[in-house]
Design a protein around this ligand. Structure first.
Ligand code: GAR
Length: 201
């Protein structure tokens, strides 16, 4: 069973979608850890209600990113985490976490990357007047919303759409695209592992 850690900073609707997809079997895995860098964020209530272990921390309590990432790596190794899923985690991943989980950190972003990276991507798209925006799931590298793209889906912006209605459309797509992409990644990783085993047995 693939063991997933979800990192979030906000409401956690994507955490909820991934959790429910694990429970219903859409993802053959389980969410074994939630990490939140914004104490009090609603994702913490969701994690507690679901009985998922929560690590809540304030980055400002640490002397550096290296210091809190070192602690996180120890926790995630202890929890035998296979995949880190960023779900509205509004912080760049540093070299300590990237090095420990190379190719095993995934992010979801509310635009068709490489358009509109960074903060307030939905607002950026609406302000730019584009007719189509969307959702991207990608593997994380050292950049901001860069890294190999795994899946994308478009969302149309109609003339009457606002930030709120566009964000709602995007969330609806995210809640199915993220679980599907996580499960597809798991299958590919499993196949890669079994090929490796065959070649080395
Ligand atoms: C999601 O729309 C996600 O794509 C976005 O934050 C939102 C979190 O919603 N992530 C980014 O902008 C990352 N650059 P949620 O807390 O309800 O899951």
């Amino acid at each position: 069973m693939m063991r997933i850690a979800v990192f979030a900073s906000g409401s956690g609707s994507n955490f909820q979608a991934v959790l429910e997809a694990c429970v219903s079997g859409i993802i053959k895995g389980e969410v074994c850890q939630v990490v939140c860098d914004k104490p009090g964020a609603y994702v913490e209530t969701r994690a507690e209600r679901a009985g998922v272990p929560l690590f809540s921390f304030s980055p400002s309590d640490y002397e550096s990113k290296k210091a809190f990432e070192t602690e996180l790596v120890a926790l995630l190794k202890e929890q035998q985490v296979d995949l880190i899923v960023l779900a509205g985690y509004m912080r760049l991943i540093g070299p300590v976490l990237l090095g420990a989980f190379e190719g095993r950190i995934m992010n979801i972003h509310p635009s068709l990357l490489p358009s509109f990276p960074g903060l307030r991507a939905v607002e950026q798209a609406v302000d730019a007047g584009v007719k189509v925006t969307g959702v991207t799931v990608h593997l994380v590298d050292e950049g901001m919303d860069t890294g190999p793209i795994l899946a994308q889906k478009p969302v149309t912006i109609e003339p009457e759409d606002t930030y709120e209605t566009t964000a709602a459309k995007i969330h609806r797509i995210e809640h199915s695209l993220y679980p599907e992409t996580i499960e597809a990644w798991r299958k590919t990783a499993e196949e890669r592992e079994s090929t490796w085993q065959n070649e080395h047995s």
